[in-house]
Design a protein around this ligand. Sequence first.
Ligand SMILES: Cc1cc2nc3c(=O)[nH]c(=O)nc-3n(C[C@H](O)[C@H](O)[C@H](O)COP(=O)(O)OP(=O)(O)OC[C@H]3O[C@@H](n4cnc5c(N)ncnc54)[C@H](O)[C@@H]3O)c2cc1C
Length: 340
Amino acid sequence: MSGGMSIDFGGDAGAPTPAAVERGAGGPPQHSSLLILGSGPAGLTAAIYAARAQLAPRVLAGYAPGGQLMLTSEVENFPGFPEGIDGPELMTQMRKQAERFGAVMVDQDVDRVDFKVRPFHVSSAGREYTADAVIVATGASAIWLGLESETRLRGRGVSSCATCDGFFFKGQEVAVIGGGDTAFEEALFLTRFATKVHLIHRRDTFRASKIMIERAEAHPLIEIHVNREVTEVIGEKSTEALVLRDTIGGGTERLAVGGLFVAIGHRPNTALLGGVIPSDENGYLQIEGDGTTASAIDGVFIAGDVHDHRYRQAVTAAGDGCRAAIDAERWLAEHAAGAR
Ligand SMILES: Cc1cc2nc3c(=O)[nH]c(=O)nc-3n(C[C@H](O)[C@H](O)[C@H](O)COP(=O)(O)OP(=O)(O)OC[C@H]3O[C@@H](n4cnc5c(N)ncnc54)[C@H](O)[C@@H]3O)c2cc1C
């Protein structure tokens, strides 16, 4: 041990193998020095770094192996791909890269965790896992309006990320839904590409800051529609128009747009944690360590969109995953050298 306090992790210290995972159903807990929860860019980058550090991490990949990028066909801003890359292709490559160095993937959701005991306990699909350290990289999900037409046209004009997709709407009219700072930021950002941006809000008061509202109101390319809600997205193969309902008068109108950006919020995926890691008022997990990825629980680290509501990009999530793996590796070296 290289110093710091000593913790008795107990558990089986053997490195996991895929075969061991298969035998785990209903049997004794499967132990890893490091468990990574989530397999988006944050989780898989953490897995690459941890696997190359000989930690043989086990990744509980969750209900959406590969994470949010599995939902998009074109990623043009991930460094290293001058022609862009298909989201699922990028994530498949990341997964292969992690597996190449010995990361074990388990395509299961985590149901609950117990971070009060050492080693930590994680329950997933009737199986029990233990770990000396854990990285939580369970991401966040965009909140959608809940319309059938919106779901059908996702990726075909309907998006939840202007930074990611705004570039595809050069020369078109687009709409942004929402009344908070994010909606105003997205509307202002989209003026770089769109010929006109319609900002649609179901009330006539906004949660956004005064400065953002003033900027949008003063912008020649932004038209603000208050007391309007979208009841349908029209289009077969791509988005062509929206049906807007007047929330006061009740009438409807058609607004022709090629893109719809839904900016009514994101929900971090934290239900599995049962509130054991402190979060902010919107549920995003809080980092405790100064400039690190450490949570309030010693040995539990946080990476990606489950914490980061500001940048929400694949490359920043991947960067966080790298940081969390390095933090976990150093923490394990200090506290759990005897357990591996
Ligand atoms: C349509 C779309 C297009 C996008 N385009 C771009 C783009 O072009 N460029 C860009 O940089 N960013 C883009 N983004 C944003 C980017 O995808 C995210 O910022 C990034 O994926 C966040 O990575 P993450 O690893 O933190 O989380 P996520 O990608 O959200 O992954 C979360 C992971 O956690 C797992 N999980 C959740 N709950 C559990 C559980 N209970 N147990 C176990 N696992 C769990 C999920 O299965 C998933 O694997 C886009 C997002 C969307 C939705």
